[in-house]
Design a protein around this ligand. Sequence first.
Ligand code: SAH
Ligand code: DHB
Ligand code: MG
Length: 226
Amino acid sequence: MARRADQDTFDAVDAFVESTLFGLPDPELDAAQADADAAGLPEIQVTPPQGRLLGILCRAVGAKRILEFGTLAGYSTIVMARTLPEDGLLTTLEYDARRAKVAWANIERAGLADMVDLRVGAALETIPLLASEGCGPFDFVFIDADKENTPAYFAWALDRTRPGGLIFADNVIRGGSIADPGDDPAAHAQRAFHEYLAEEPRVNATTIQTVGAKGYDGFVLAVVNR
Ligand code: SAH
Ligand code: DHB
Ligand code: MG
């Protein structure tokens, strides 16, 4: 049966998935989202099913070193950091000090403060310091900050991701704007990102369109070649 789906359907399906696969209480994650809402932060975190995909991918590569661009209130940070072994480390980069403060309280309450290194500032300014400290190599990288800089973040992260590691870039589709970018600089950046990936022999990448409670979007997933 062919059927046209709309946002109400996407919401209903995500609600069903959350009521089944996410049936168990998760007080720290619920509290993290409640405090993000109370602080008036935008609701642009990954959905629970998307977050679980990030966690599954981290576990699949046995991630011990994770890098995240764009912390917001720490929702995806918590989901990924929970997959780390005791000696693991997740480095997360956030431009906005107020958001970082909310995130840090959420990360502490989740018992993950020892495993998370939160750096406040524009990522293009904080990554040189990370490099000088000899960060990485990373097993998993989640790019989810300002979308115009996704290609720059990817190129930097690629030099510091181990063979077999994964790089996940969120929000590359944005309602289909990648196919019809008009004068949207973020959409043009995603097109340039794809053209760059096509020429980059060190990775094998694909793009997956998604629907759900956060609408129509998608991500790039790249594996670093051995
Ligand atoms: N990964 C989060 C959501 C991140 S939203 C989650 O899924 O839970 C994107 C975040 O990137 C915002 O909090 C925004 O403040 C931050 N950001 C925007 N520009 C940035 C920059 N230049 N450097 C670092 N972070 C930036
Ligand atoms: C925005 C950022 C995100 O990471 C996202 O998933 C959705 C929207 C934004 O900046 O608008
Ligand atoms: Mg995102």
